[in-house]
Ligand binder design. Sequence first.
Ligand code: GLC
Length: 651
Amino acid sequence: LGEKTGFINKKGKKYTMWNTDVFKAHIETTDPLYISIPFYLATDCNNNYGIYFDNSYKSFFDFRVNQKGEYTFGALGGKLDYYFISGNNSKDIIKKYTKITGKMNIPPKWSLGYHQSRYSYASEVEVKKLSSNFREKNIPCDVIHFDIHYMDDYRVFTWDKNNFPRPKKLINELAEDGFKVVNIIDPGVKKDPEYEVYKKGVKNDYFCRYLDGKLYTGDVWPGESVFPDFTKKAVRDWWSDLHQKLLNIGVNGIWNDMNEPAVFSKTNTMDVEVVHENDGSPDLHKRFHNQYALLEAMATYRGIKKYKKERPFVLSRAGFSGIQRYAATWTGDNRSIWEHLKLSIPMLLNMGVSGLSFSGADIGGFTGDSNGELLTRWTQLGAFMPFFRNHSSLQTKNQEPWSFAEKYEKIIKKFITLRYQFMPYIYNLFYKASETGVPVVRPLFLEFPDDKKTYTISYEFMIGENILAAPVYEPDQDKKLVYLPKGNWINYFSGDKYEGKKYIIEDTPLSNMPLYIKSGSILVLTEKSNYIGEKETKDLNINVFLDEKVASKNYSLYEDDGISYDYKNGDYNHKIFSYTKENERIEFNIKNSNCKYKNNYNKYLFSFENISFKPGEIYVDGKKKEKWNYNPQANSLNLKINTNKENIVIM
Ligand code: GLC
């Protein structure tokens, strides 16, 4: 059910689908929230199915099973139109659900980097200071967000001339320094007869009206405002085109906020009796409410695609099934409290298994004052969540990475940097999500469906198939109980090995977050950088974590330029790394099944960990290799080979 709070197992609870701006701190019983995904998964070890209820009215899912063992779902209008999806396991069902509602596209790689936001960095001077701080301190950052204060009195598609007198120059300078910018655009258009967007919209009948023809107005940030009727194609096209000016001066992405739509009124949203014209089959807002943001995101996405000719980045607060095709999502206005760090974990996992692969929570917390320890733990978690943005509200204490004591800054920097080192692995997962719909971060039951214990674990997660994260979500926690599923696991930081299918107690000093590599796997990492594409990398790091019980393994890696659509013409690499292991012989192969994209590295830097014998000879493509490095204490072997080589034999 997408963006819902509480444990991942929803049994026994009732939920409503009605996109709602919830400014009050959300807790386990807060429902509904900003996004509506009327799709759920049912699973025990043997049976699996999913239901997608294709109905945009206010709907409900009541899992309070009655005495006959039944539960119910329904809606206040529309048709009882639903898909029953069968499958062998939950992954299978997610694949089928996203076949119906769509998959996310491969995002621009920069959008997977670190984002810094605040409501608001309110002047050119402030933004410049922020960006130079990142670069001076060598804390990686790709994106700066411009919240509502960049505008002229909150008029969308304008700039405040006093505080941002030269936006093009500013954005160009930021670009030279490796930064991308994302500007907020809300749907509410200020009712102002002097304002172009308002004038044009009224003239062309682009805004929502009541049945009697009266314009609907509601109060949002700019005061009394009107709202585009996104159910009309002409309005979506107009909205797409309105972005041209912003995009032409260099804006890279758009942030769609307040699109439930939020209105400062008793009902918190647009009057449900407002009419949407829907290109000739009009209906009331009560039918389109849950789809308003989806249609807005569609227009925004298409605008960026049209004028930038590269992969769009759109961030949306509200959404409906299918929003994944157009936008990343975040969990709205959280608080700078430990409870919200904790609660974001199952919430984001739940969004993942609901087709929303690209989601995150405001790191550090939005309202209220963060502190060094909270921000550190939250950044550790965020570094492994799909959307990685630090954002905070007006009048709160600053919470950029350097805002608290140096000891926190150091650890925060370490984890942001780590995100960039893990980028090949993370980008590859996004590629896979775009192909299959299977999310980047996953509740444990998705990877270990045979292990019943995993069905109730809500605060640990898998990043793809090979990495398990067990973030710390309480203050002062220097030990933590971690459940490790079947197999052997290696603590990424300490190198300690553990046998799975049991609980372990892990040391969790502030500098560490429990992160485990599944023994036997191949992990591809890169060098650190301050932003995506900062420099030519020399090496790709291939780490092979050998395991006594794993005789062979393969890992396929996707690579492309990270920004254009050239991959659609075959301009990408598909590499399959694999090994087989028998007694005292390891054979590693690299198969290039597609290699049209030219990499910016030319060496593979291998590390074989947990090697069970002292290597005597090593051959690369049949030729004896003279230079390599074996460390008997660590049982590890390092060697470098050119990327045109395909075979390594170690014996
Ligand atoms: C809403 C958004 C928040 C944003 C603020 C001002 O509260 O959820 O992220 O900063 O509006 O635009």
